[in-house]
Design a protein around this ligand. Sequence first.
Ligand code: BGC
Length: 757
Amino acid sequence: MTQIDAIIAQMTLAEKAALCTGATAWTTTPVERLGVPEMFVADGPHGVRRVPDATSMALGALPATCFPSASATACSWNPTLLHRMGQALAEEAIALGVDVLLGPGVNMKRIPTCGRNFEYFSEDPFLAGELAVSLIDGIQSRGVGTSLKHYAANSQEEQRMTISAEVDQRTLREIYLPAFEAAVTRAQPWTVMCSYNRVNGVYASEHRQLLTEILKEEWGFEGLVVSDWTAVHDRVAALQAGLDLEMPGPRPRRVQAVIDAVEQGELAEATLDEAVRRILRIVFKAAATPKGHPFDETGHHALARQVAADSMVLLKNNGILPLAKGGRIAVIGRAAREAHFQGGGSSQITPIRVDSPLDELAALAGPAAITYCDGYPEGDSSQPALIAEAAAAAQAADVALLYIAMPRFKEIEGFDRTDLDLTRHQIALIQAVTAVQPASVVILNNGSAVAMSEWIDGAAAVLEAWMMGQAGGGAIADLLFGVVNPSGKLTETFPLRLADTPAYLNYPGECGQVRYGEGIFIGYRYYDAREQPVLFPFGHGLSYTTFEYSPPRVSAETFRDVDGVVVEFEVTNTGAVAGQEVAQVYVHDCAAAVQRPPKELKGFAKVALQPGETKTVAVPLDGRAFAYFHPGHGRWITEGGEFDILVGASSADLRGAVRVTLESTAALPSLLGPLSSVNDWLADPVGRVVIGPLFAQVQAAMQATFSAGAGGDDREAMDAMQFVAGAPLPELLEFMGDHLPVPPAVLIAGLLQQVHG
Ligand code: BGC
């Protein structure tokens, strides 16, 4: 008997029920008499939000390093750096007495307006999964747990507590679950947090398929499932579905409901024991990490600056960047004075310190003469005087730097944006400044895609600085002056207009349901398939140097799915300064039985190169990189055939391709059933043989019928054959009437017996 089993054996029913619900807003319930300690959890993904009082749901927290938010860090495409950031987060959690950090969030960016997109990595499930694995590994390598969230299909804030995401199984498996799957199977987060919403009508907190069948049984999740805060509706149903820990607490009525359900035989005590076992395993794991060591604040601040610089994306540059030192610089925009470094809501950190972008710029600008003006008001009002002042300052300078932050009232947890735009005032400001000063650089702080068509043509350069964390101000200066060469690339498409986006007609839903009607076609999968122009494609980002790619090679032109294949190519820095390139590998299926996106990201590498230096990049692709989820078989399958492996600097800047042939080893059972059509039977390798004689009989009967009548001919018989081939087999057999020796149902049962054995 393990130590945990021994404890469970001694626990009363009341103690077990209590353990499955929080004691406070942030702690689990201890069982002192048995030496079970409490466990302290805290938000969030880009910093430790340790509230001083565990009973409080207020946002105020003890100071911690605020790193860039997920939409920024993802653009680094740098798992190594995320791992390091994870370790730093864990060091801070340890210092602040936190056992489990409530993050990362790996929900897909289905719509660019989702109010929490700043907390999520990408519109691409593979990329989000890779980054989550690194961050979780980094955090957990120091003995601090994580909470992978929000599971699942939680891609809008509108009606987030109740909306039902109506999503088909293939879409769920190929788009909304793989990031969770990768994180669970490869990094084993200590906890997974269920989302608020419903999935196909069932609350995620009560979703047995998601929580038990997929997460625990199929993926082998060993940790505990925790509810999002107040996401539980029926405690007993949630436990039965696989929800182990309800947060926050205390919730005495919930505890009593569990006790009653066991006593009345509605809930098996074994089910409760399983939840208790999972919770105890994590509680003891957490307790094994001694807490309270201080952390290196200065080192973490420097790391936050490095992460920010690695994550910012240079979207446009007509050559004005990097800036030369000296001259007159007009700094415009209040985001230069007050850094916009994080989003609002549960992930809000109390930063240890915040670098002023303006001061950091001044520190690097050398002898430059800097003037500053606010440019835009804090709220949504229009103040033409601010624009006039900014335009005058820009005109009097050699270069204008516009620091523009998407205001908090437009972008925050709990609400979705209603458009993709900056404020009307900000747009007018940029237009006025760029009209008088062609050497204008726009620096953006925001958490998700922004529309720019109204002003981008006037800007000489645009730097996407994201919600950049407490040290982001310095990172902007580093990039503007070329102290660091930009290397971030977009992990979400920037569309031209909201109306162009994949879910435009299927958002926000109605009558409590949102239909994921675009299916697997989200993000670049959609824009590619529609050949729809975008503002900036997925994977885009500029550098101060240039990179060349050699043609790609593969380890084998023909390979089996179980063996996979390795694609290799050289990347050379052909410019004059050192830089990092994010090389991307996509897979295109040349022919498939189902609709597939034109290409899907399946690998990437960030390569640091000195001027003139060449490095070989090797990206392994396993069978899964070529597979799709077959709803009929209820599993991932590979189809043998040709695929193109595409290598590029972005999803729209492909530099090379190599064709390979995959041999599928999948032994798939036949899907033929009583209602399968003739076409289905003919497409099935065994069915084709089994139905052969009968099919010949049908053909003959048809021929006889159509050729016999006045004006009838063989052609008519063939047309009729084609017409009925799509109909269920029973219908066709009815047509044969008395020619059949036995009734159709009996005949088909016999045929199916031959197919399925
Ligand atoms: C959020 C979670 C967060 C929790 C605790 C919820 O409202 O959705 O992401 O971890 O609150 O603050």
